[in-house]
Design a protein around this ligand. Structure first.
Ligand SMILES: Nc1nc2c(c(=O)[nH]1)N[C@H]1C(S)=C(S)[C@@H](COP(=O)(O)OP(=O)(O)OC[C@H]3O[C@@H](n4cnc5c(=O)[nH]c(N)nc54)[C@H](O)[C@@H]3O)O[C@H]1N2
Ligand SMILES: Nc1nc2c(c(=O)[nH]1)N[C@H]1C(S)=C(S)[C@@H](COP(=O)(O)OP(=O)(O)OC[C@H]3O[C@@H](n4cnc5c(=O)[nH]c(N)nc54)[C@H](O)[C@@H]3O)O[C@H]1N2
Ligand SMILES: [Mo]
Length: 688
């Protein structure tokens, strides 16, 4: 393991925030006598600027939490009971290795890793683990739970997860914040938006919910969930009929203009207004602003792609900057994710060559409920790390049924006893970011960050890499890559000419050398080198080559039984299901709530604060209702992602969400979900 800080000293250790957030902050941990006493944003890192969000400023509280898992345990009660008894590391690892060895011999594809972005670190998130499962020949996991719809859509349009640099938003004159609650989920971008606003820029928020970000913008377009493509096409319509187009840019740097033009002309604002549920005049005014203001920048975020047509919607929005030539300036264009900018040496980290020609099946993590309840091709062993699928995956009824299978062998590597950990056969205590090495890219800026361990692991906690190294050894995997230390893995992530490791060690971060305005002269990383309005690649897959509006699987107005659209975006003080167990943060969020518009509440006789039953064909979830000005009529919000076991009835919003997928990228459709809500009589507590 890594060496702890020498005692009797005060040191400052440079690190990186591991969480799944675009900001990837640089951290400075003050360690006294081997104990982390203070954690701050690194003031020398320009993107962090010494500022942390409320959540991560409480990271030490999370690290030192009395409920941290500190020893390996095995199940001591029925599946899901959460009852465990301690075992030694040797006993736990021997048991896992012998189980996996049997499957390795007769059905390696019966083994499934399940991991996501509990840590975004390249080392603890996608190195030794991948090597191990590649060598085993285990089923591959399609990691779709968050961003593949928008990410692949962007690749089909711009050529990758590329776009504007976040710092240049400060110089824009118009910013569309599209499907993003930036104050809650991308705080360090919001600084730039505020700077632009102070300099006179206009800020427009496009979001069904009147978020804290919408409150601070000049305008809020409260469209119905899943109608963003209709809005984007109507904006194009107006750009065309008013000739607010950059013909030179379109002609030289795009493909498919004639076809897109014809498509957009089918979307006059009145049509889009009806689909989106917003005033026609608001669309017309937004088009005028976008067509006549330079530079114009779009901060797109993943909130708008968690619906059936999410990929098409992201494509439609991503076409807008090319139409007006916004890319010509560094403060113009669009940013969804910057992760495609990093030349990460994934082959070195993950060693796909260890598959040795085998082509195991791929299982989509967004339909884990179906995969675990599929009896024809069963998953027999599941190894979960960096994720809490029982809480975060859609259609929890199915997910729980899968995890409850008596014949499924489940190993969970965790820092805490989450809803998923409750279902483990073997539960292994994991280190935190203060306790292990890692190296990080970002999806909101373009720096690389190094994380050094600041303190010794709590109790017997061990890093993910340590666990997979130990399992590899027990299974007789003797390739030298299974002995690589964590620091060596950090070093292998980038070629030395891309990232100077000495610089990373010295200051904790390194900046990629990139052009200011990447597409000023075209040069899109697509096959054609142009912005692809029409995608031959999509057409070849049998898809529409042009972006279009695809109504939700569960479109608003299509069901009388379930007339309300439910979205479940992130709560400000949680990070997905992480931090829900941190007392001071849970105190701010209170309890699971359903935000509902006064008219929808009145129609159902629901009083503010009443306990309600939210239900649809997949299940039901009880929580308290809040009559809220943040909700528009017809749309309710169940902010996520609470731990099920902290809910009134042991469920969370994912009891209602479906496993149906997006048009592009095989992604989940969390925000494409119709429900009905009713007040429930709560029995008076019995007098004692
Ligand atoms: N505090 C906090 N920060 C987070 C997270 C968190 O849980 N908490 N999660 C992190 C993760 S995993 C990610 S992927 C990123 C990005 O995560 P995102 O999920 O993009 O998060 P938000 O920025 O909150 O944006 C979601 C916004 O989209 C809105 N929305 C929902 N449906 C639609 C729609 O159909 N159209 C439009 N236009 N808007 C819609 C929601 O109301 C919400 O305000 O944020 C990360 N940052
Ligand atoms: N209804 C609804 N559901 C959603 C969403 C939504 O908006 N609405 N958002 C979706 C999105 S965008 C995402 S990204 C997913 C997120 O889903 P997940 O990636 O599962 O994220 P978390 O819920 O934060 O769970 C991460 C877990 O990893 C653990 N962890 C952290 N670091 C380490 C480590 O170093 N080692 C080990 N072994 N464990 C570690 C944490 O303790 C935590 O329990 O959820 C999705 N689910
Ligand atoms: Mo995410």
């Amino acid at each position: 393991m890594t060496s702890p800080t020498p005692s009797n000293s005060v040191t400052q250790v440079l690190g990186a925030c591991p969480h799944d957030c675009p900001d990837t902050c640089a951290l400075v941990t003050t360690v006294q006598d081997g104990v982390a006493v203070k954690l701050q944003g690194n003031p020398d890192h320009r993107h962090t600027a010494g500022v942390l969000c409320t959540k991560v400023s409480r990271y030490i509280e999370r690290n030192d939490h009395p409920e941290r898992l500190v020893q390996p345990m095995k199940r001591a009660g029925p599946k899901g009971s959460g009852r465990f008894e301690p075992v030694s590391w040797d006993a736990a690892l021997d048991d896992i290795a012998s189980r996996l060895n049997v499957l390795k011999g007769n059905n390696p594809q019966g083994i499934l890793p399940y991991s996501y972005a509990g840590t975004m670190g390249l080392v603890q998130g996608e190195s030794m683990d991948r090597r191990f499962f590649h060598k085993l020949g285990a089923s591959l996991l399609d990691r779709t739970i968050c961003s593949t719809a928008g990410g692949e859509a962007l690749s089909f349009t711009l050529g990758g997860k590329v776009g504007m640099r976040v710092e240049f938003f400060a110089e824009a004159r118009l910013i569309l914040i599209w499907g993003s609650n930036s104050i809650a989920s991308n705080l360090h971008f919001w600084r730039h938006a505020q700077a632009a606003k102070r300099a006179g820029a206009r800020l427009v928020c496009i979001d069904p919910r009147k978020t804290e970000t919408a409150d601070k913008c000049d305008e809020h377009v409260a469209l119905l969930p899943g109608t963003d493509a209709a809005l984007a096409l109507a904006l194009m319509h107006e750009l065309i009929v008013n000739d607010w187009l950059d013909h030179d840019y379109i002609q030289r740097h795009t493909i498919g203009w004639d076809k897109l033009r014809a498509r957009a002309l089918q979307w006059p604002p009145a049509r889009a207004a009806a689909v989106c549920g917003v005033p026609e005049a608001q669309i017309v005014a937004l088009a005028r602003a976008y067509g006549t203001t330079r530079p114009a920048a779009i901060r797109l975020n993943y909130g708008m792609q968690r619906v059936r047509g999410g990929g098409n919607a992201a494509r439609a929005v991503a076409c807008l900057p090319a139409l007006v030539g916004a890319w010509r300036e560094r403060a113009g264009g669009l940013l969804l994710s910057s992760s495609g900018q990093y030349p990460v040496n994934r082959a070195a980290l993950q060693r796909p060559d260890l598959l040795a020609g085998r082509r195991p099946r791929t299982i989509n993590m967004s339909t884990i409920g179906d995969a675990l309840t599929d009896t024809a091709n069963p998953v027999e062993a599941l190894i979960v790390y960096n994720s809490n699928p029982v809480a975060v995956a859609p259609d929890s009824g199915k997910v729980v049924a899968g995890f409850a299978r008596e014949d499924l062998f489940t190993v969970v590597l965790e820092q805490f006893q989450t809803d998923t950990a409750d279902y483990a056969d073997i539960l292994l205590p994991a280190t935190t970011q203060l306790e292990h090495w890692d190296i990080h890219t970002s999806y909101g800026h373009t720096d690389v960050l190094l994380n050094r361990p600041a303190v010794a692991p709590r109790g017997q906690a061990r890093s993910n890499t340590w666990v997979f190294r130990e399992l590899a050894r027990r299974m007789g995997f003797d390739e030298p890559c299974f002995s690589d230390g964590d620091e060596a893995v950090c070093r292998s992530a980038f070629a030395p000419e891309v990232v100077d490791f000495g610089e990373l060690q010295a200051q904790g971060f390194a900046t990629l050398k990139l052009p200011d305005a990447p597409f000023a002269e075209g040069n899109f990383p697509t096959a054609s080198g142009r912005c692809e309005f029409f995608s031959e690649a999509l057409a070849a897959m049998g898809q529409d080559g042009l972006p279009d509006h695809l109504p939700n699987h569960e479109a608003f107005g299509s069901s009388t039984e379930f007339p309300l659209a439910m979205i479940s975006p992130p709560a400000r003080n949680f990070l997905n299901s992480s931090f829900v167990n941190v007392r001071s943060l849970r105190a701010i969020e209170g309890e699971p709530l359903l935000e509902i518009h006064a008219a929808d509440a009145a129609a159902r006789g629901i009083a503010d604060g009443a306990t309600v039953r939210i239900f649809n064909q997949r299940g039901e979830h009880r929580c308290r209702a809040e009559i809220s000005r943040r909700a528009r009529p017809g749309v309710v919000h169940g902010l996520g992602i609470w731990w099920r076991k902290l809910g009134l009835d042991g469920t969370n919003v994912n009891q209602l969400t479906s496993q149906r997928l997006t048009d592009i990228g095989r992604g989940p459709t969390f925000y494409d979900c119709l429900v009905e809500v009713e007040a429930v009589a709560v029995p008076e507590p019995a007098a004692s």
